[in-house]
Ligand binder design. Sequence first.
Ligand code: HEC
Length: 111
Amino acid sequence: MKIMLTLFSAAALAFASSHALAGDPRAGESKAEACIACHGADGNSPAPAFPRIGGQYESYLLHSLRGYKSGDRPNPIMADIVKDLSDRDLRDLAAYYAAQDSGLYVPRRGQ
Ligand code: HEC
């Protein structure tokens, strides 16, 4: 019985911590004010200088944001944007933009 209890608490803990890692799109929405000028409100800026980030995979967005912060993906503009943001902020922002519609599409033949 004791081993069952231990296994159960370990599983519950694992669930709780994986949940805590996920970003919160609602919190991300208010943090995204700093991004609108370049990426647009939904992450789909029509300006070609700014990549479309709406509807991309959350894991990809988070990976990119962490890369700008660590310097793995060097870019002076984005490095400056993320330098004062916490990892929690990055996760929330990634969750928010992943939840937006994608402005990317592949036209079907004949369209
Ligand atoms: C001053 C303009 C500007 C602002 C403000 C800005 N960005 Fe960016 N962002 C860029 C540019 C330019 C790039 C392309 C950089 C590169 O080539 O790696 C970029 C790239 C990105 C990428 C990578 C996209 C991809 O397809 O790989 C993400 C994710 C991103 N920005 C998120 C954000 C978030 C979240 C914010 C707000 C906290 C933000 N950006 C604010 C200009 C901006």
